[in-house]
Design a protein around this ligand. Structure first.
Ligand code: FMN
Length: 167
């Protein structure tokens, strides 16, 4: 159920004439006999290098984020530095993935990503879309709009900083 949420985010980002790409961490097919930059997938690293911002769609797994998400994020490091990130929580329960988001925040910091102060929450995700994958609650679009406005501002600001200011 994270997939319709991710597709919706891609649609909303594209609608704002921003180039984006949906990356499914499952499709990366990461090995599990090692971790970190030793298993960096070249195409994923290239996407992270090009990106000005990330939107992480994270389901809540046992009151945190999924281990596979961390395994994927851990494969890059310098590619993320001084780039913006916003997190969209997904849960089958009523809390919208907030516990997973809280746990992701220190990880974002260690990766050099800059978090925004808005999240989007998809609580009770099985009721969030109808059979044609349309949102059942239009208020989500207003929340996504605020979230993306903030993310785009942060991404532009950080890009300006990366391009014009030496550390
Ligand atoms: C291992 C596992 C643990 C889960 N733990 C929680 C949880 O703690 N709270 C919750 O609301 N939903 C929990 N769920 C339900 C997921 O949040 C729900 O399946 C997810 O948001 C849907 O996305 P997915 O289909 O991409 O997994 C869990 C699901 C799995 C597979």
């Amino acid at each position: 159920m994270s997939e319709p949420v991710a597709r919706l985010m891609v649609e909303e980002i594209s609608r704002r004439e921003i180039e984006t790409e949906l990356i499914d961490v499952v499709a990366l097919g990461l090995p599990i006999d090692d971790a970190g930059e030793a298993i960096k997938p070249p195409a994923f690293a290239a996407s992270m290098t090009r990106a000005d911002a990330l939107v992480i769609v994270s389901p809540e797994y046992n009151h945190s984020f999924p281990g596979l998400l961390k395994h994927a994020l851990d494969t890059c490091l310098t590619e993320y530095v001084h780039k913006a990130v916003g997190i969209v929580g997904v849960s089958s329960g009523p809390w919208g993935g907030t516990r997973g988001i809280q746990d992701l925040l220190p990880v974002m910091r260690e990766l050099g990503l800059v978090t925004i102060f808005w999240d989007v929450y998809f609580a009770n995700v099985r009721r969030a879309f109808d059979t044609s994958e349309a949102l059942t609650d239009d208020a989500q679009l207003r929340r996504i709009d605020k979230f993306l406005a903030e993310l785009i501002w942060m991404a532009r600001t950080l890009r300006h900083g990366r391009e014009t200011m030496a550390l």
